[in-house]
Design a protein around this ligand. Sequence first.
Ligand code: HEC
Length: 117
Amino acid sequence: MNFSGVQHALIAAVGCAAVVFFSASASAAGNAERGKTKSVSCQACHGPTGNSENAAFPKLAGQYRDYLVHALTAYTTGERSNAIMQGMAAPLSEQDREDLAAWYASQEGLETLEGQR
Ligand code: HEC
């Protein structure tokens, strides 16, 4: 899978808007341990802790929790279009998305400002 710079910029822009939007709204608390259990089907591509070593699969570890929830929700609504992830996200409940996001956000990986907010 090969992404152009434009697509990356677009995805980044959508992501930033998502963080701002979701920071303002309260959502059900995710549980990282439950998320770990639910992440088994994600590991083949994103790695056991979300630190994918394949550039085709984004790193999820250490990503903002609300960004992850938004991304997963966007695949289910079709706002974000990707054949693989729309298929993976479709069966997830809101609680599943929250739990998975809590799990990946709690893993060491990407450096975000999460702890400083
Ligand atoms: C068959 C491989 C595959 C599997 C399995 C898979 N993903 Fe993905 N995932 C991808 C690819 C490819 C992308 C990038 C898609 C895009 O460009 O939107 C992605 C993107 C994502 C993103 C957005 C990341 C970002 O930085 O915006 C999230 C969140 C995500 N996946 C979560 C999951 C979760 C949770 C599961 C398990 C329920 C899962 N994925 C299973 C391949 C996979």
